[in-house]
Design a protein around this ligand. Structure first.
Ligand code: TMP
Length: 243
């Protein structure tokens, strides 16, 4: 077996080659960043937690007909994935107004969005991942019009499935970010789905700070970051394998 070569190191994950050119190995890190890496820190145990949560969510989505890049997890913090050509878009689905939506529109935190909002951001750290209009997206040829419609409909279907799953965990799925890639002609859900990439509110608590179970605890210095991630993991595992 040849030694894995580091292909790319991102803010939260490292990507390695494997013996099979169609397969990559992802190492989930404990490192955390926010505000385009202006804020840096560590969340102890995050790598294992996010890898495990992502594994279960990818498997759940696969069972419901959403093709993903997930293959398996050789260890708690590593995931083997299909090698895909990442589409440079971040697809955000919002069920409830929070974060940049409130900052940019003045909408009150917690406003229910019905139907859910689907947004496309340009995945480009140097530019700070700007929000795109559909016309800009077309002009820049970041995805074909057919791909854009496919991304939107997959994102909305994933939203229905994840909202229903988190509801069973007594967690409200406020919003989340997805990334997609192409394996030949097939569009696959890629990256991760974790408390780093979702806003998750504990339904057992209405306090606007205490209910936060996601990376907003780190972004906003709310404390209890590790515990919140651990609680999400425990609830996900309890739903996947009911005791
Ligand atoms: P936003 O409100 O800051 O635009 O974030 C929307 C959702 O996207 C939220 O669930 C967090 C997630 N997200 C990421 O996964 N990566 C990012 O770089 C950003 C800005 C947001």
């Amino acid at each position: 077996m040849s030694t894995p070569t580091k292909l790319y190191e991102g803010k939260a994950k490292i990507l390695y080659t494997t013996d099979d050119p169609g397969v990559l190995l992802t190492q989930f890190k404990d490192d955390a960043t926010a505000f385009n890496a202006q804020k840096k820190g560590t969340i102890a145990g995050k790598g294992e937690i996010n890898c495990t949560i992502s594994q279960h969510l990818f498997q759940l989505l696969e069972r419901q007909g959403i093709p993903t890049h997930f293959i398996d997890c050789p260890s708690a913090s590593t995931m083997r994935v299909k090698a895909v050509k990442i589409i440079p878009l971040e697809v955000v689905v919002r069920n409830i107004a929070a974060g940049s939506l409130c900052q940019q529109t003045g909408l009150a935190l917690g406003t229910v969005l019905n139907p859910p909002l689907v947004e496309f951001y340009y995945k480009n750290d140097a530019l700070g991942d700007p929000l795109l209009t559909i016309d800009r997206l077309r002009m820049m040829a970041l995805a074909t019009p057919e791909q854009v419609e496919q991304l939107r409909s997959m994102a909305l279907k994933i939203n229905v499935l994840l909202t229903d799953f988190f509801q069973r965990c007594a967690i409200t799925l406020v919003d989340f970010k997805l990334e997609f890639g192409m394996e030949g002609e097939q569009l696959l859900l890629a990256d991760e789905i974790s408390p780093d990439t979702c806003r998750l509110w504990d339904q057992a608590d209405t306090d606007p700070d205490r209910r936060v179970m996601d990376k907003d605890r780190f972004r906003r210095d709310l404390g209890g970051v590790e515990q919140a991630y651990q609680h999400v993991l425990e609830r996900v595992l309890a739903q996947i394998t009911p005791v």
